[in-house]
Design a protein around this ligand. Structure first.
Ligand SMILES: Nc1ncnc2c1ncn2[C@@H]1O[C@H](COP(=O)(O)OP(=O)(O)O)[C@@H](O)[C@H]1O
Ligand SMILES: [Mg+2]
Length: 267
């Protein structure tokens, strides 16, 4: 009898332990076969480029599943929830990993363009007046062309740790583009995420404080590990890109994010 146990659920998929140190990621209905195929492709390119990420063992895009090596350990969210004093360690390790991802040239991967996707999402939003859209698009096109590997869903639920060290998962949103777009997406996700009041979680005020500490430390550490950007540049570009990224995110926002995204946009 096969041993299949549900171990986690994300926004797009349910993940099962299928034994033999492997997991099966079963996508929910709204994910197309093309999207599953794209995630498989970006996962294996990242792995081949030496990024610590689980190897992909099987892909069935039509059936909506991918099989990966299992990471036998917690996500960084759970590490920090259990031991809040590890927040600076988590910020440092995530920043080190992110800077490493951003050194990879993704031009040859067949990766989609992040700039193009963000521009299309801003233009698709009828609620944003065209004059405002123009300003957001100008901030986007002012960024130099830089075809680096961008994860674009880089948050502590997508980073895990086991005895092999820190590893990143979930490459479905990955693209090629300017690393500061990827950094700003991480900052915006941190600002608009909800805080669940589960009995196992620390009090809301503690979670709010931890999130703020985490993101500030993360940006400092990122500049330290990056070979391309100083802390000044990181802060300047995050400030310039926060509205364009928030506007693009509105196109596919989770319901609880919408109000906060609109607040960032001053609406
Ligand atoms: N290779 C893996 N080994 C162990 N757990 C995993 C693995 N991949 C995913 N998970 C668990 O499943 C959760 C959801 O997986 P993820 O790929 O992030 O799906 P989604 O696209 O829905 O966010 C993760 O946060 C993690 O807890
Ligand atoms: Mg995920």
């Amino acid at each position: 009898m096969s041993r299949t146990t549900k171990i986690a659920e994300g926004s797009f998929a349910v993940v099962y332990d299928i034994g033999a140190s492997q997991v099966l990621k079963r996508f929910k209905d709204r994910t197309s076969a093309d999207a599953v195929r794209y995630e498989a492709m970006m996962s294996s390119h990242a792995c081949d480029a030496g990024i610590p990420t689980p190897a992909i063992r099987a892909a069935d895009p039509e059936g909506g599943t991918l099989t990966f090596d299992k990471i036998d350990g917690p996500t960084l969210v759970n590490v920090v929830k259990d031991k809040p004093w590890t927040v600076f360690w988590a910020a440092r390790e995530m920043a080190r990993l992110f800077a490493r991802i951003h050194r990879v040239d993704a031009n040859a991967f067949g990766a989609k363009s992040l700039q193009d996707q963000i521009a299309a999402q801003i233009q698709s939003n009828d609620e944003i007046p065209s004059r405002v859209q123009g300003g957001l698009l100008a901030a986007l096109t002012a960024m130099a062309s830089m075809p680096r590997l961008c994860h674009f869903d880089f948050h502590p639920e997508n980073v895990m740790v086991d005895d092999k060290g820190i590893q990143v998962i979930d490459w479905g949103a990955a693209k090629q583009g300017h690393p500061m777009l990827d950094i700003t997406q991480t900052v915006v996700m941190n600002r608009v995420d909800r805080i669940l009041q589960d009995p196992g979680n620390p009090p809301v005020i503690v979670v709010m404080l931890l999130r703020k500490l985490y993101i500030e430390a993360f940006l400092c550490f990122y500049a330290r590990f990056s070979e391309d950007f100083t802390y000044r540049q990181v802060r300047r570009d995050v400030a310039r890109l926060t509205k364009p990224i928030a506007a693009a995110r509105l196109a596919s926002a989770k319901p609880y994010e919408t109000v906060k995204l609109k607040r960032i946009l001053g609406r």
